[in-house]
Design a protein around this ligand. Structure first.
Ligand code: SF4
Length: 445
């Protein structure tokens, strides 16, 4: 299985391989059985340099907000390390570039520490890499280039371990999407370009960074993901394949989606003239229904796009917050939930004064608002001089700070108060306590 960077196989060379399913029951037995039935570590040599890419998207600074379904369970990553050790593998690297910005997240090293990875390093000599601090290689996709982490590209064996979750922009975040965490921040932002082509990028990372094994961790799935504002569901689903697309097709079906209706999966399949039907790529005897649990995708918005339907329950009026689109990159998306919560907490039953809040790169003013907040440098650039705006309120930054957003809301007469946000976070921190099936030891070693 040993390869060197220059000869590493590419997705375009891959034959279709089946995906296996197993219900999680114990550690490390369940993962071992699944990997064996998929031939997932076949040919692995003790001298191979292995690289595990979990999904450790971000940790809020107000952790311990539970991360069920948001990040890969530490337990399953620990199991994978044990399997590699059983194969005599010496060189094990776990790499991630967690989101860490002005409003959101902590450095990757702190994410590793909070989730018990320090113990994996201590016990098994695993090397932990913050990919933001490692070199990137500019990879040519023909019509564009992206900076991809060199340690991930140059590993002999790449093991992708996403979590089974929904994603507000990508519909699902499985193996193909998880590879985005191996991009530089600059390239991640480029994937959210104004043309809205995020799905096209998600479909193609795998052409340069082709996992040898994908294991989808569905011990917990996440509805209305990708962050902890979503709702976790205990599923006990494990899905694995040496073929990244097969794994994702089955993973999407396990979450109750038609994989052919998920744009980045459809595009990835289309580029290699493959079907998106998960049934033909299932291992004989495996059954998606044995783990299937339909997950709700996303919050729905009012028909006139003035805000989430949840605002109807409170009767929120006089404000327009169009639904985020694919051009909103992670930095600004970390502000989105706080904005929603601040507005709800500030609503006192009287309509706001026709305020409009625009985010991302593609939204356009309605021409009907008294004040238009342009959130983030991208939105300012796109609309600063747009016709139809009566008064602009600029919220500068890439991304802006939460304080700037709060000040801007106040300047529009919305009494935004961070205590409402803190109460919301406290609720999130408590909500799984005592619920059967929710066990914090899955995120410890
Ligand atoms: S302003 Fe916001 S959307 Fe634009 S690049 Fe910066 S973080 Fe992304």
């Amino acid at each position: 299985m040993a390869r060197i960077f220059s000869s590493r196989k590419r997705m375009t060379d891959l034959k279709i391989q089946p995906a296996g399913i197993l219900r999680y029951e114990s550690s490390p037995g369940s993962l071992r059985a699944l990997v064996e039935k998929c031939g997932g570590l076949k040919g692995l040599g003790a001298g191979d340099r292995t690289f595990i890419k979990p999904n450790l998207v971000a940790l809020d600074e107000s952790f311990p907000i539970p991360l069920y379904g948001v990040v890969t369970t530490t337990r399953l990553v620990h199991d994978m390390v044990l399997l590699l050790k059983e194969h005599g593998v010496e060189s094990i690297t776990i790499g991630e570039g967690s989101v860490y910005g002005r409003n959101f997240g902590v450095p990757t090293a702190e994410v590793f520490e909070a989730l018990g990875y320090g113990e994996l390093a201590k016990r098994y000599g695993v090397r932990l890499l913050d990919l933001h601090r490692e070199p990137f290689s500019r990879e040519d996709f023909g019509d564009y280039t992206l900076e991809i982490s060199e340690p991930a590209l140059s590993a002999d064996v790449l093991i992708n371990m996403p979590v089974l979750k929904t994603h507000n922009q990508a519909v699902v975040s499985l193996g193909l999407k998880n590879l985005k965490g191996c991009l530089s921040m600059k390239s991640r932002k480029a994937c959210h370009a104004a043309d809205g082509g995020l799905d096209g990028y998600l479909a193609r990372f795998v052409e340069k960074l082709t996992p040898d094994l994908t294991v989808i961790d569905g011990i917990y799935g996440l509805e209305k993901g990708p962050f902890y504002t979503g709702t976790a569901v205990r599923m006990n689903a494990l899905i694995a394949s040496t073929d990244p697309l097969s794994a994702d097709l089955v993973g999407a079906a396990a979450a109750g989606f038609d994989p052919g209706a998920i744009p980045h999966l459809r595009l990835c399949a289309g580029r290699r003239a493959r079907s998106t039907d998960p049934e033909p790529v299932l291992r004989p005897g495996d059954d998606i229904d044995s783990v299937r649990k339909p997950l709700k995708w996303d919050n729905t918005w009012r028909a006139d796009d003035t805000g989430p339907r949840a605002w109807d329950r409170l009767g929120v009026q006089g404000i327009r917050l169009p639904k985020y689109d694919a051009t909103l990159c992670t930095g600004c998306s970390g502000l989105y939930s706080p904005i929603l919560v601040l507005i709800m907490a500030a609503y006192r039953g009287e309509p706001f004064n026709e305020i409009e809040i625009l985010t991302g790169k593609a939204a356009r003013p309605s021409g009907e608002a008294n004040k238009t907040l342009l959130v983030g440098n991208c939105m300012i650039k796109a609309n600063r001089h747009a016709p139809g705006i009566r008064e602009t309120v600029l919220v500068k930054g890439c991304p802006p700070g939460l304080d700037d957003v709060t000040d801007a809301l106040r300047s529009c007469g919305i009494e935004a108060d961070e205590s409402g946000l803190m109460a919301f976070r406290r609720n999130l921190a408590e909500r799984y306590k005592g619920k059967p099936g929710f066990d914090e030891t899955f995120y410890k070693v």
